[in-house]
Design a protein around this ligand. Structure first.
Ligand code: NDP
Length: 453
């Protein structure tokens, strides 16, 4: 590691000691950028890196709400407005009990580079709350969302900050929050993406992150004269990203044999075909049940509970060619990565944000497998959010084919940008360096143009 990187990280660690996920995300980017900073001393003297790791604004607020028993609950809400050099803040909202400032700062920081890679004019942000939607009635979720928006509405707007969904925030939650914003402001505006089609949503937005991740994987394979046809794939999670990853892998001729949630995973050697996927979507999006039920419904499949004390996740210990982590951060550790390699996996495309620990990434790079990091591979979601914003501004709606074609084009462009930057800066084939460098340069140059702000 260069002395610049180690000095920089020592300062970042001193300032953000209680935020391990944020420091992990910063370290990964800064390690890629050592060579860029050497070639561009102007970035160093303008303190671009020091500024880029500091959010422009952090908002924290109380979210009180009444449950069905009439009891008062209190949660903690956040919005991290990280960087607006290339456009208004843009990034999802996460509702999960694990949410804290450090996790949202890691997600917001990643979002800055991801949004830059999409080719669209969007800055980076992220927000959320330590609220757990699991087991709550629709009425409770509505009361919570209304209370959350009763503070957030002051800070967002179509030219300022446009949140979207993430873990625990899907169409239902976006609807409740949009309704409350409209009531408070008396204006119908594109202040959230992931809206339903009847009131300003975009076709393909629900599918976009999963589809985009698979398009990115297909691009990595195509660059090596290969394709997804006939490939066995393992997928973690069973939410939005996992569902549409499976749909697109099926469409491109691969077979997905796993799906999971935080309690355990399903192995279905005969593959999760369209009929089984429709059943999973109903289980997760309508009945809001647990993935364990899959093995009762489809008797070829087996269910294995996850035991965190084992130190590894058994979903990554299955024979396969490709892996699509689509659940959460740090879900693949060094041992899991070694298991992937042992089982024949030679492609990892990250639908989730930062699902691989630094040790896991070292294993991928050492074995020279095709590795698409989240900020490049899962950028399709925010890219179609950007397209939703364009349609809202123009008050038009593009067809399914038009949006899907644009998404495919954007994923191709992101792949090329990351591939070319990796080569130009001396680490060909390393998409981590490529994505970090390509994402950074556009934001850094914009910050240089805009002076010390
Ligand atoms: P969902 O809430 O729809 O689904 C999340 C899935 O991951 C569920 O199956 C959930 O299981 C599982 N999961 C969540 N937390 C954990 C955990 N701590 N341990 C194990 N499993 C867990 O979220 P999304 O599909 O939208 O998001 C998944 C990932 O993709 C996240 O990393 C998100 O940041 C990323 N992402 C999402 C985008 C989007 O457009 N939605 C865009 C880009 C990235 P359970 O039900 O048991 O909690």
């Amino acid at each position: 590691m260069s002395s610049f990187v180690s000095e920089f990280m020592a300062q970042a660690e001193a300032k953000n000691a209680a935020e391990p996920e944020f420091l992990q995300a910063v370290r990964e980017v800064v390690e890629s950028l050592g060579v860029v900073i050497e070639r561009h001393p102007e970035y160093r003297s303008a303190r671009i890196l020091e500024r880029i790791v500091e959010p422009e604004r952090v908002i924290q607020f109380r979210v009180p709400w009444l449950d069905d028993q009439g009891d008062v609950n209190v949660n903690r809400g956040f919005r991290v407005e990280f960087n607006s050099a290339i456009g208004p803040y843009k990034g999802g909202l996460r509702f999960h009990p694990s949410v804290n400032l450090g996790i949202l700062k890691f997600l917001g920081f990643e979002q800055v580079f991801k949004n830059s890679l999409t080719t669209l004019p969007m800055g980076g942000g992220k927000g959320g709350c330590d609220f757990d939607p699991k087991g709550k009635s629709d009425t409770e979720v509505m009361h919570f969302c209304q209370s959350f928006m009763s503070e957030l509405f002051r800070h967002i707007g179509p030219n300022t900050d446009i949140p979207a969904g993430d873990i625990g925030v899907g169409g239902r939650e976006i609807g409740f929050m949009f309704g409350q914003y409209k009531r408070l402001r008396n204006e119908f505006a594109g202040i959230l993406t992931g809206k339903a089609l009847n009131w300003g949503g975009s076709l393909i937005r629900p599918e976009a992150t999963g589809y985009g991740t698979v398009y990115f994987a297909a691009e990595m394979l195509a660059a090596n004269g290969d394709s997804l046809k006939g490939k066995t794939c393992i997928v973690s999670g069973s939410g939005n990203v996992a569902q549409y990853t499976i749909e697109k892998v099926n469409e491109l001729g691969g077979t997905c044999v796993t799906v999971s949630d935080s309690s355990g995973f399903i192995y279905d050697p005969s593959g999760i075909d369209a009929k089984k996927l429709a059943w999973v979507m109903d289980l997760k999006n309508v009945r809001r049940g647990r993935i364990k039920e899959y093995a009762d419904q489809f008797t070829d499949a087996t269910y294995t509970p996850i035991d965190a004390s084992q130190g590894y996740n058994p979903v990554w210990d299955v024979k396969a060619n490709c892996a699509f982590p689509s659940a959460t951060q740090n879900e693949i550790n060094g041992k899991d990565a070694a298991n992937l390699i042992k089982n024949g996996v030679n492609l990892v495309a990250e639908g989730a944000n930062m699902p691989s620990t630094p040790e896991a990434i070292d294993v991928y790079l050492e074995h020279k497998i095709l590795y698409g990091p989240g900020k490049a591979a899962n950028a399709g979601g925010v890219a179609v959010s950007g397209l939703e914003m364009s349609q809202n501004s123009m008050r038009i709606g593009w067809s399914r084919e038009e949006v899907d074609d644009k998404l495919k084009g954007i994923m191709k462009a992101i792949h090329k940008a990351a591939y070319d930057a990796a080569e130009k800066y001396g680490t060909p084939g390393n998409y981590v360096n490529g994505a970090n460098i390509a994402g950074f340069i556009k934001v850094a140059d914009s910050m240089m143009d805009q002076g010390v702000v």
